[in-house]
Design a protein around this ligand. Structure first.
Ligand code: KG4
Ligand code: ZN
Length: 369
């Protein structure tokens, strides 16, 4: 072992994740039980169902993590857990689980901000195999290539609940540059996915549909919010509604009938136009922020960072300016325990400890301007 081993618990949203991470960088196990199938029936997350599913899966997920890592309590130096932002009921399951483990096993406990976890996924490499969540693969995983983010850096975190652009002068220090003034980027993907009849979650479905587009002439609007690093995606959603309605009328389809979907070629073209708009704004603003702040690296994270077009465009534009761009493999972009272990290790090393009064903070902020 080259550093302390952290057992990390993530349950803020709809994935139950438990990981064993060494030195904040090496993933020994990263088990995620996804609730996607559970929530697909309703087209979105039902908080009460999410909390119950965490409760159902958290012990089997821990058992699988021990098995994958070939480790036991003697190997563990601390316990990290997401305490916000997220769904209150879901957070409470993870927090109480982690508190109990830390208390019974006499290990230090630390609370981690979920968004900070998404940032610190960029430091993870993987020596775990087997379960497909370890983060192996040919992706731009900086640490796996021996490359770590360098400070000062600019980080863009894009998830289902957050769109967050910040500068980091050093570890665990954030200055908020911009955020969404309405919908999060992932939320826009999910809502437009539903409009296009693509089901839940919309992000991966839109990415797949867009990849098969043969035409790219439908242009969606971009909300630039000049003079700020803020984002807005609600106008895009309204435009998507209008564009989908026009396409349906053109195809002679009734306005609202899930049993009469648009032809796949039309869906692909619209998915392409929508994705292009979101990616264009995210990349342009992130690059501008990096240039304005003299960033020595860019870190991309959050579920939407699993999007291949966003990853490639940001990395390409950053590279063209000589700025290294670090993007974790897709399995470490969507919610997982390893990212909480990466951030938790830094916080534990900085001497932070949470007490048995650690509570859920559904609206916990990461940074202020
Ligand atoms: O970070 P995450 O797993 O959970 C939150 O903290 O919210 O992000 C989930 C979001 C969902 O909105 C989902 O549609 C989006 O990430 N997402 C994607 C892709 N994969 C997941 N969006 C675009 N393209 C993808 N490939
Ligand atoms: Zn997340």
């Amino acid at each position: 072992m080259t550093g302390p081993v952290v057992l990390a618990v993530e349950s803020s949203c709809d994935e139950t994740g438990i990981a064993l991470v060494e030195g904040g960088e090496r993933v020994h196990a990263n088990v995620v039980a996804s609730q996607v199938a559970l929530h697909a029936a309703t087209g979105g997350i039902v908080p009460e169902l999410a909390a119950r599913a965490h409760l159902r899966w958290i012990v089997p997920v821990l058992e699988q993590a021990w098995q994958d890592a070939g480790m036991g309590w003697d190997d563990v130096d601390g316990v990290a857990v997401t305490y916000g932002p997220g769904l209150a009921g879901s957070l409470l399951v993870g927090i109480n689980f982690a508190k109990t483990l830390a208390f019974v096993r006499r290990k230090p406990l630390v609370g981690v901000n979920h968004l900070e976890g998404h940032v610190y996924a960029a430091w993870l490499s993987s020596i775990a195999g087997g379960n497909g969540h370890g983060g192996n693969g040919p992706d731009r995983n900086g640490a796996a290539n021996g490359q770590r983010p360098e400070f000062p850096l600019v980080t863009l975190i894009v998830s289902g609940g957050h769109t967050f652009l910040a500068s980091m002068p050093d570890h665990l220090t954030y200055r908020l540059l911009g955020q969404t003034v309405d919908d999060a980027a992932g939320e826009a993907f999910d809502k437009v996915g539903r409009l296009l009849g693509l089901g839940y979650p919309g992000g991966p479905a839109i990415m797949r549909a867009a990849a098969s587009a043969t035409r790219s002439d439908v242009v969606f609007p971009r909300a630039w919010l000049p003079g700020t690093y803020d984002f807005s995606f609600s106008g895009l959603k309204t435009a998507a509604r209008r564009i989908v309605a026009a396409a349906r009328a053109e195809e002679g389809l009734p306005a609202d009938d899930v049993d009469a979907p648009l032809p796949p070629a039309r869906v692909a073209e619209l998915a392409y136009g929508f994705q292009d708009s979101v990616v264009d704004v995210l990349v342009t603003k992130t690059i501008r922020a990096a240039e304005d702040t003299g960033a020595r690296s860019i870190v991309l994270g959050g579920g939407v960072a699993a999007n291949a077009v966003l990853r490639d465009r940001l990395a390409g534009e950053a590279e063209a300016r000589g700025i290294p761009c670090l993007v974790p493999p897709p399995s470490l972009c969507t919610d997982n325990g390893a990212m909480i272990g990466a951030a938790g290790a830094r916080r534990l090393a900085a001497g932070e400890r949470a007490g048995m009064d650690l509570d859920a903070r559904p609206s916990l902020p990461l940074a202020t301007r």
